[in-house]
Design a protein. Structure first.
Length: 235
């Protein structure tokens, strides 16, 4: 399946080569909010620990290289190094960057039930877990049924924000509802008197841009400028 992308409209000050703000719809804002739900191990793995600022990459390497002789038998290192991503709406996969990851074990979480003859009603995400009642392995994979709106006339509330409005995303990723008044106020805040220096640019956010945006969000206060204008700004 071809990668689906999210379109984002940037308002750029060409004099300073800086993004003033982005105009985005639900899919883009959902992606930004989704960043906050990512496990740290998944973030380090996606960003390539060798290129990360700070010491999290070194911590990741240390855990990865630590011999299993020193690890508790009941603990699986992969739960830290290759954690499952938070469950997401199947319809959103491919629409929001980073939700479309299919390689490796970073997938939507699986759930398992008791394999004993009485099928005790317990659920786990680790098939090695023993049932509290009969001590059988909880290795029967369960089928997850996601919520669906049965009445198609009712709105769907999948994701984090509603899709009825357009959102303004600042260069430092502050998100607020878009309005004419807020746009004018923002331009005044930037003291931009030369409207001719402003330029609109439509960009597309795919997987690569999503990873770049995730990385920049840890390192920069001008994330959109750094990612979409390829400007090497000092922090």
């Amino acid at each position: 399946m071809a990668e689906k992308q999210v379109s984002v409209k940037l308002l750029i000050d060409t004099k300073t080569n800086k993004v003033l703000f982005a105009e985005g719809v639900k899919d883009f804002v959902d992606f930004l909010f989704y960043i906050l739900s990512l496990p740290v191990g998944a973030v380090v793995k996606m960003l390539n620990q060798g290129t990360m600022v700070g010491s999290l990459g070194n911590l990741y390497d240390g855990i990865e290289n630590l011999s299993n002789d020193y690890i508790q038998q009941t603990f699986d290192k992969d739960s830290l190094l290759k954690p499952s991503l938070p469950p997401c709406n199947a319809d959103s996969v491919g629409m929001v960057p980073l939700l479309s990851i299919t390689q490796g074990p970073i997938l939507a979480k699986s759930f398992f039930g008791c394999s004993g003859s009485h099928y005790h009603l317990y659920v786990t995400d680790d098939p090695k877990t023993l049932c509290p009642d009969c001590r059988s392995k909880m290795s029967i994979k369960l089928n997850y049924v996601r919520y669906e709106v049965m009445d198609e006339s009712l709105p769907s509330y999948d994701g984090y924000v509603k899709g009825v409005v357009t959102y303004m995303i600042m260069d430092d990723l502050v998100v607020k509802p878009m309005s004419i008044i807020s746009s004018i106020t923002l331009l005044n805040q930037f003291s931009n008197k030369d409207v001719g220096s402003l330029e609109e640019k439509l960009v597309h956010l795919g997987f690569d841009e999503g990873v770049a945006l995730l990385k920049a969000s840890f390192e920069s206060k001008i994330v959109l400028t750094d990612v979409f204008l390829a400007k090497k700004a000092s922090m």
